[in-house]
Design a binder for this molecule. Structure first.
Ligand SMILES: Cc1cc2nc3c(=O)[nH]c(=O)nc-3n(C[C@H](O)[C@H](O)[C@H](O)COP(=O)(O)OP(=O)(O)OC[C@H]3O[C@@H](n4cnc5c(N)ncnc54)[C@H](O)[C@@H]3O)c2cc1C
Length: 397
């Protein structure tokens, strides 16, 4: 069976590998020029801790051994599912029996005045981080728009290169989707102290200033942040244009069933471009799980992709923050353990005797314990008094 995998990000590369292991004839097309690499680790290249080759997950020899035909810098421009044919942007045709769309997401570029100036960067691909690393020198002033997970990671990485960074965030505390206000405040304080990051929040960006190059970022409240470079980290959008033009059902992402089949059964979709039960994932663990489910479907097995609570952790060394599940839900009870002097903080949310969300700051060793309780949907009423102290206290009790 000829399988065409479109997109060589983590999901596409994993699915191609599994299909090839099962003896299928696999072609893997990636729009980026690079060999498949670990996107999650891009911050290490941006900060100068690693060089691009260190991130490659599927080298040329491995792809050859697997029997995968890898085509880098090959964007698929059109898909004819009924005829089993795809067309590349260069006009070549590739035939297939099954296609797997793994086109991921694109970073959003805010349509601000000045957004097209050089020195305005996105943070998504190897090309983005190589370009940023070339641009930053010691003392470069950088404004990072977006204080979410990726914005903070980009800010910490460029500060490691010697940049002076201001994070501009629309909400009053960073990572508001993963953290409650208290944990967010602790995080901003620690990033200020250890990484010299400044924060402007809540603040909306209005325009990037400068004629031929960036000179500042104007905020809606009238302030202006002097800078020579802007990084936009304001979210992603699933890459669904190819699927839509091919006539597949697309909502926010490409709509798939539990077996990762799209509305056209010979075409599967996985990773950040797919929408499963109304949810588009934004993390690598579900993207890998979808790749495994799709590979099982290709092998003719009854595959079921079962989403799990998706924990998030900030990958800035020396900062231990972790969260999972629902954060500050209106209809849940909260238990808080806080010792600001030593920078430890925990907040847990319970509904109907079950743990539905958790934030850990300063000490994240109990993350697997809380995640297990959430995933298992276990009734925690009997352990409630010692719950915020973590797993060790449960064993003692
Ligand atoms: C800097 C950074 C840090 C991150 N850190 C974390 C983290 O700590 N934890 C975590 O869980 N997640 C993290 N993520 C998110 C994680 O990287 C994604 O969830 C994951 O990459 C999704 O994989 P994917 O294969 O679905 O899509 P992608 O990684 O987006 O890959 C899709 C690929 O398809 C290609 N493509 C698109 N259209 C076409 C086409 N028409 N033809 C051919 N190729 C095409 C794209 O160029 C791209 O290479 C991070 C992301 C970034 C950018």
């Amino acid at each position: 069976m000829r399988v065409l995998v479109i997109g060589a990000g983590p999901a596409g590369a994993r699915c191609a590998e599994r299909a090839a292991e099962a003896g299928m004839v696999v072609t893997l097309c990636g729009a980026e020029p690079a060999l498949p690499y670990d996107r999650v680790a891009l911050g290490r290249v941006l900060s100068g801790e690693a060089e691009p080759p260190a991130l490659i997950t599927h080298g040329a020899a491995r792809l050859r051994d697997l029997g995968i035909t890898f085509r880098p810098a090959t964007r698929i421009a059109a898909l004819d599912a009924a005829a089993g044919r795809a067309e590349t942007a260069r006009g070549e045709t590739i035939g297939f029996d099954r296609a797997v769309i793994a086109t991921g997401s694109e970073a959003v570029r805010l349509p601000l005045p000045g957004a097209a100036l050089p020195d305005v960067f996105l943070y998504r691909s190897m090309a983005d981080v190589i370009a940023m690393r070339r641009r930053v020198t010691r003392g470069t002033r950088v404004a990072v728009i977006g204080g979410g997970l990726l914005g903070l990671e980009a800010a910490a990485s460029v500060s490691q290169l010697g940049a002076r960074v201001t994070v501009v965030h629309a909400v009053g505390w960073p990572m508001e989707r993963q953290l409650d206000p208290m944990a967010g405040a602790l995080l901003a304080r620690q990033l200020g102290a250890t990484r010299r990051l400044d924060f402007a929040m809540p603040a909306l960006s209005e325009a990037i200033e400068g004629q031929d190059h960036v000179t500042g970022l104007r905020l809606a409240d009238g302030r202006s942040i002097a800078c020579e470079m802007v990084v936009m980290a304001v979210g992603v959008r699933p890459s669904v244009a190819l699927a839509r033009e091919a006539g597949l059902t697309v909502a926010r992402g490409i709509v798939v069933d539990d077996a990762m089949r799209s509305s056209v059964p010979s075409v599967l979709a996985i990773g950040e471009c797919a929408e499963h039960r109304g949810i588009v994932c934004g993390l690598v663990a579900p993207a890998f799980a979808m790749a495994e489910a799709a590979a099982a479907t290709l092998r003719g097995e009854a595959a079921i992709y079962a989403p799990r609570p998706d924990p998030t952790a900030l990958k800035v060394s020396g900062i231990d923050v972790w969260s999972a599940g629902e954060i500050e839900p209106a209809d849940a009870e909260a238990i808080t353990l806080s010792d600001a002097a030593i920078g430890r903080y925990r907040r847990l949310w319970l509904r109907g005797g079950r743990l539905v969300g958790a934030v850990l700051y300063g000490d994240t060793a109990d993350a697997p314990f809380y995640l297990g309780l959430m995933a298992g949907g276990r009734d925690v009423t009997a352990m409630r008094d010692l719950l915020p102290f973590g797993a060790a206290f449960q064993e003692v009790a």
